[in-house]
Design a protein around this ligand. Structure first.
Ligand SMILES: Cc1ncc(COP(=O)(O)O)c(C=O)c1O
Length: 323
């Protein structure tokens, strides 16, 4: 097993050799007229399958299994889960076993995400949506722990308290134009928002929810430390489409960004959230002089799954997914 993590002590995070942060300014006349700058922060990980927020969320889970000599990590996700793919890639790279509990009516083994997970050595357990809903229940978890006694069980999306220290290392407030006045990102299970908000108590953090989940604010609160600052808020993305679904307007937005500005997003997480953020900025929701940092949380691997389900064309896939 690679023990890279153990030689990167806490406090040496800024020199984490595993990724680089890349900044791109989103150019838009209406934002310029409102004197708002919008910076996109993209994390380039040494292992490309571990994209966006995933390395930061997984980092200290991996450290924990290495320190306790555990066999591997078991986690949960949908059939096109970015999190499961990143976990499978991390297991492959660092040499630990991975198990993915997948919510699926009927397993589709040609699904590109699951295919890649299997290539990377992940064991997949398919459960019905009804069973999957029990994923936080004691009985279900106890049974899984009995079957996989030497595994760390990590919740869906990797959003456990162990995700927070990794996310806290992200230097999201340091945009090329100076300190961010607002930090924003797509939000689903809440870990990314909780981690960034905890690390920057003096800066406003906006989670743009792409899920219709009334419990999300509580889930974020549960992850936050007891005396956390009240610097975060959640706002639902503007298209109103359910999780995983998108309208043509959002797809066109992603295509245009890729074509004109080489900013690569997908319409389920980052594109939906960024489109919402731009609309709010264009309509004047943020004060003149705002310097906004948007964390690109990844998810581009999911584009192959959208193509697989004929939700985007081959040409759109090629345009949205850089080499
Ligand atoms: C691409 C992408 N963006 C954003 C999120 C949302 O992050 P979180 O679940 O931490 O709210 C996820 C899910 O983890 C994701 O896969």
């Amino acid at each position: 097993m690679y023990n890279l993590l153990l030689v990167v002590p806490r406090g040496a995070e800024m020199s984490d050799p595993f990724y680089q942060l890349q900044w791109q300014l989103l150019v838009d006349n209406q934002l310029a007229a409102r004197q708002v700058q919008l910076w996109i922060a993209t994390l380039r990980c040494r292992v490309p399958d571990i994209a966006g927020n995933k390395w930061l969320k997984l980092k200290y889970h991996i450290q924990q299994i290495q320190q306790h000599n555990k066999t591997g990590i078991l986690s949960f996700g949908g059939a096109f889960s970015n999190h499961l793919l990143a976990l499978a890639a991390a297991g492959h790279y660092f040499g630990f076993a991975t198990v993915g509990v997948v919510r699926s009516h009927q397993p589709d083994l040609h699904n590109p995400t699951l295919q890649r997970c299997r290539e990377l050595g992940m064991q997949l357990l398919f459960v019905s949506p009804e069973q999957y809903r029990q994923k936080q229940q004691e009985e279900f978890l106890t049974e899984l722990s009995r079957q996989y006694p030497d595994y760390l069980l990590v919740p869906e999306g990797g959003s456990s308290p162990l995700a927070l220290p990794g996310l806290a290392e992200l230097q999201l407030q340091q945009t090329p134009a100076g300190p961010a006045s607002l930090m924003a990102m797509a939000c689903a299970s809440g870990g990314t928002l909780a981690g960034v908000a905890t690390a920057h108590p003096g800066t406003s953090v906006l989670g743009i929810s792409v899920v219709k989940d009334k419990s999300l604010p509580d889930r974020v609160r549960q992850l936050l430390p007891a005396k956390a600052s009240n610097n975060w808020q959640l706002r639902h993305e503007q298209s109103g489409r359910p999780y995983g679904k998108f309208n043509q307007d959002t797809l066109q937005f992603c295509l245009q960004l890729a074509r004109q500005q080489q900013i690569y997003t997908e319409p389920v997480y980052s594109g939906k959230a960024l489109q919402s953020l731009m609309l709010w900025a264009q309509q004047g929701d943020f004060a003149a002089g705002s310097n906004i940092a948007f964390f690109h949380t990844g998810g581009l691997q999911g584009l192959s799954g959208l193509h697989h389900r004929a939700l985007i064309t081959e040409a759109q896939l090629q345009l949205l997914k850089p080499l």
